[in-house]
Write a protein that binds this ligand. Structure first.
Ligand code: IMP
Length: 452
């Protein structure tokens, strides 16, 4: 039962969509396990570019069933818009399923997110204003509404009636003073429920059945390890657990069911939103990387902050995810830079520190210690083996691999699927004891009816 987790090793936007795309033909099911429509996955398929926020990028492949797991917070308006957009572009969405247990992002969560950020002023987290934090907070407070409530008007109204007065009282004290009325929200939610009803499921059994059948299940993390609520630079983090462990809680599988964890990282780093960022580049080199790498937030359109690769959190990320292999993306974006820096340690209070200090205060005082690598000038889009890369590029990849301590098995040298160096083996084929899934990659092996 091959279950593979794809997890970001940096601050998100590592190109996890390309990893899914690359593995898609072997996969029968793709599962989103945390986050919400704060995420943005850009997938390039031939001439077409798809930007997805909630639906797993596996939806672009007719043979893949897509699951939005119980650990995701779902804004129904976004989900419906995304399903409609996909249908308009000829993509079959009939196999998309969303967990009845997933919590809802309602309009007051979005208002609360923006208002709380405004109140924080210069200390704002820089959230995506999608209501993610307030929805997860309500889940923990046990006052959240869930996807299943969308198809039960009585329960939806009763639950909302209990919550709304407190929400309005809170919002009245925050900038914007937005207020919400019960009945219009109930009407909106019931319309959402009607539209989404065919997609609702107890997704845990879908995933468990797929694994029991020997199907290959891909669990797609959103954001990245350094934005993890427990492992990132708190409070400049998201409100869920993007790490591989989140795939268990948010997808509904046990740790022993995870067969492979593919960590995804870029050849440099980016970060959206506020928070300490020791290797940030604010010079022309950074601007060049941002422009060549098209580093603009998929969800917010905000320019991403750009910096050199930081190997200090990489070691931490590999450890907490138990990453077994790595996909390195966007190596081509570094072509043309004279000297490439790799942060191998920090200096904090005059001491050399090699362990990632997840405290935002310590990080803010960290000065990066760099190892310097001569760059390469030629474009590398055409390379299909490591041997075809310029020697300086090979040296840099090798240094990243040494820092990570696990093999870099895939190196991306361009946005298209073919622009990938596949090194030595496909990660999922390396466990010979596993019987190959019987219907791997077969478009006709599963029908829409199999899911409900
Ligand atoms: P939230 O997830 O909207 O609450 O935002 C919390 C932090 O996570 C902010 O710094 C956001 O910019 C960041 N963030 C959320 N989603 C993504 C993502 O998909 N990529 C990169 N950063 C993200």
């Amino acid at each position: 039962m091959p279950a593979t987790v794809i997890v970001g090793l940096q601050w998100g936007d590592e190109g996890k969509g390309k990893t899914t795309d690359f593995l898609a033909e072997q996969v029968s099911m793709a599962v989103r396990y945390q986050g919400g429509d704060n995420a943005g996955h850009t997938v390039v398929l031939g001439d077409e570019v798809f930007k997805l926020h909630l639906v797993p990028s596996g939806v672009l492949y007719p043979h893949i069933s897509c699951v939005i797991g119980p650990g995701v917070v779902v804004n129904p308006a976004t989900l419906i818009a995304e399903l409609d957009m996909l249908a308009e572009r000829g993509i079959d969405t009939s196999k998309v399923r969303v967990s009845r247990n997933a919590h809802l992002i309602l309009p007051y969560h979005v208002a609360q997110d923006a208002a709380m950020e405004a109140r924080l002023g210069g200390n704002a987290v820089g959230t995506t204003h999608r209501g993610i934090g307030p929805a997860y907070a309500d889940r923990a407070l046990r006052i959240g509404l869930r996807v299943e409530d969308l198809v039960d008007e009585r329960s939806f109204r009763a639950r909302l009636a209990r919550v709304l007065p407190d929400k309005n009282a809170l919002l009245a004290r925050l900038p914007g003073d937005e207020q919400f009325e019960l009945e219009p929200l109930v009407a909106l939610a019931m319309a959402w429920g009607q539209r989404l009803r065919p997609h609702l499921a107890d997704t845990v059994w879908l995933v468990q059945d797929a694994l029991a059948q020997g199907d290959h299940v891909l669990l797609e993390g959103a954001q990245g390890t350094l934005l993890d609520l427990d492992h990132g630079s708190y409070p400049f983090v998201t409100s869920s657990n993007p790490i591989a462990g989140g795939a268990c809680t948010g997808g509904g599988i046990g740790p022993l069911q995870v067969d492979e964890v593919i960590g995804v990282m870029k050849a440099y780093s980016t970060r959206v939103g506020s928070g300490p960022y020791p290797t940030e580049l604010t010079d022309a080199i950074g601007a060049g990387i941002a422009s060549r790498g098209n580093e603009v937030g998929t969800t917010t359109g905000r320019p991403r902050r750009v910096g050199w690769f930081d190997a200090v959190p990489l070691r931490y990320a590999v450890a907490v995810n138990s990453a077994s292999s790595i996909m390195l993306n966007k190596l081509d974006i570094l072509s043309g830079i004279d000297e490439i820096c790799l942060c191998v340690a920090y200096e904090i209070d005059g001491r050399r520190v090699e362990a990632w200090p997840s405290s935002a205060e310590q990080l803010a005082g960290a000065t990066p210690i760099y190892e310097r690598f001569p760059g390469w000038s030629e474009p590398i889009h055409a390379a299909r083996t490591l041997a075809e890369l310029p020697e300086n590029a090979r040296r840099y990849v090798s240094a990243l691999e040494t820092a990570a301590g696990v093999p870099i098995v895939l190196v991306s040298v361009g946005p298209e699927r073919s622009q990938t160096i596949e090194r030595a083996f496909r990660p999922m084929r390396r466990r010979p004891s596993l019987a190959p899934a019987p219907n791997l990659g077969s478009a006709s092996s599963r029908g829409p009816g199999d899911l409900s």
